[in-house]
Design a protein around this ligand. Structure first.
Ligand code: UGA
Length: 435
């Protein structure tokens, strides 16, 4: 099959590359010429393990192309994917759909023969209807079927998530479009990955409901963690105790400093707006948004409390800045609030992140970015583990103890055990674990 992928952001680049790896001929299109030039020179604009090699392999095998000119690829395509950004619109929390609609208009002018137009971008319910209307308006004779096909890729694990998904969701009532989608996902189809074919609006809602549910799960366990601290319990044991119940499931029950990233914060907000516009309350999602945003600030207070209520003039070393490991993404990262609050309280910040520092340096001021974890903790009054990168799981604790002014660690990701840390001579606190 021939695929045109509009947008070479995270979703477009990963999806386009994986479709090429499935054996399709894929052209990734972006208006940003410098990005396309870089991609044509083998440079990948995002940090995603395994992507660089997979891009190189498929370029080499003549299945993956990058261009700024959409005309030929769209004309020849069996399926055109819209994978452009849907950022939160300034001021009102709605998803900004202007890029999606501009892509629809562009596609309308260029399609030739029956073409499936697929929205991969996360879009509010009803966007597919509008995309269809735009195409019909712009080009009444165009033979297109507009399909919703949301992505469920996690940053840092995106290739695996694409190639071994729990399910594929396809929203359309057009049989010919279903056939094209099944052919596109053929390797998964053969593996018996469930492919859910549903109406377009349902498919659009599935994406938001999935992300919102995961955000609810995380926020729930974070509140239980706070309760654990108050009543002498251990949240990791609670997670295990409830997660083994198949109806609950053990994933996304790790307590921490609150969720961040480009998806959960944006999508929960957008879902709340969709619901409000439809006159249907989503009180749980609204609470989750509020609780999570308070939580990030509370984490700074946790550090301050641990330091006896005062960090004025104290040096705090942050280990990890990105919103999670294996990404350089700093969007909505808890570290942003933590740094800001600690600085307001008079602390001096040193920090190290294996991938996120370049991005972080654009978002934070007066932070000393360090060369490694040991450099970061040198002469600091306390070390705070903010992101659970593997390299922080195996620190040389004797070295850490010598480098810190006093052996104090706040572990916001629960990657060490309290008993062990105290046996190694550390004053240690973590999240939701009284023992
Ligand atoms: C999330 C979803 O997991 C993907 O399925 C979805 O496709 C994607 O959003 C999207 O909409 O594009 P992502 O934002 O890459 O993926 O990251 P996650 O691994 O889901 O983590 C999100 C946040 O939740 C991180 O800040 C992470 O630290 C936090 N988290 C996750 C927890 O605090 N506890 C957990 O148990 C799990």
């Amino acid at each position: 099959m021939r695929v045109a992928m509009i947008g070479t952001g995270y979703v477009g680049l990963v999806s386009g590359t994986c479709f090429a790896d499935f054996g399709h001929i894929v052209t990734c299109i972006d208006k940003d010429a410098s990005k396309i030039d870089a991609l044509n020179n083998g440079q990948i604009p995002i940090y995603e393990p395994g992507l660089q090699d997979l891009v190189a392999k498929n370029v080499e095998e003549n299945r993956l192309f990058f261009t700024t000119d959409p005309a030929q690829a769209i004309k020849e395509a069996d399926a055109v994917f819209i994978a452009v950004g849907t950022p939160t619109r300034r001021g009102d929390g709605h998803a900004d759909l202007s890029y999606v609609y501009a892509a629809a208009e562009e596609i309308a002018g260029l399609v030739d023969g029956f073409t499936v137009v697929v929205t991969k971008s996360t879009v509010p319910v009803g966007t597919g209807d509008e995309v269809e209307a735009i195409i019909q308006r712009t080009r009444p004779d165009a033979d297109v079927a507009v399909v919703s096909n949301p992505e469920f890729l996690r940053e840092g694990a995106a290739i695996n998530d694409f190639k071994r998904p729990d399910r594929v969701v396809v929203g359309t009532e057009n049989d010919q479009a279903v056939e094209v989608m099944q052919e596109l996902y053929r390797p998964l189809y053969l593996n018996e990955t469930p492919i859910i074919v549903t109406k377009r609006r349902t498919s659009e809602l599935i994406k938001y409901a999935a992300n919102a549910f995961l955000a609810v799960k995380i926020t729930f366990i974070n509140e239980i963690a706070d309760l654990c601290e108050k009543v002498g319990a251990n949240v990791q044991e609670v997670s295990r105790g409830i997660g083994l119940d198949n109806r609950i499931g053990s994933k996304f029950l790790h307590a921490g400093p609150g969720y961040g990233g480009s998806c959960f914060p944006k999508d929960t907000l957008a879902l709340s707006k969709i619901a409000a516009d439809a006159g249907s309350d989503l009180k749980i999602v609204d609470s989750v948004i509020e609780v999570n945003s308070d939580r990030k600030k509370k984490m700074a207070q946790k550090v301050i409390d641990f330091m006896g209520g005062d960090v004025q003039g104290k040096t705090v070393a942050l280990l990890g800045l990105a919103f999670k490991p294996n990404t350089d993404d700093m969007r909505e990262a808890p570290s942003i609030d933590i740094v800001q609050k600690l600085q307001e309280a008079g602390a001096l910040i040193r920090a190290y992140d294996p991938a996120g520092m370049e991005e972080a340096s654009r978002m934070m001021s007066d932070v000393l970015f360090c060369d490694g974890p040991y450099h970061a903790i040198e002469n600091a009054d306390v070390a705070v583990i903010v992101t659970e990168w593997d390299q922080f799981r195996a620190l040389d604790l004797d070295r850490v103890k010598t480098l810190l002014k006093a052996p104090k660690i706040v572990d916001l990701r629960n990657i060490y055990k309290a008993d062990y840390m105290s046996s190694r001579g550390f004053e240690y606190t973590s999240v939701g674990r009284s023992y």
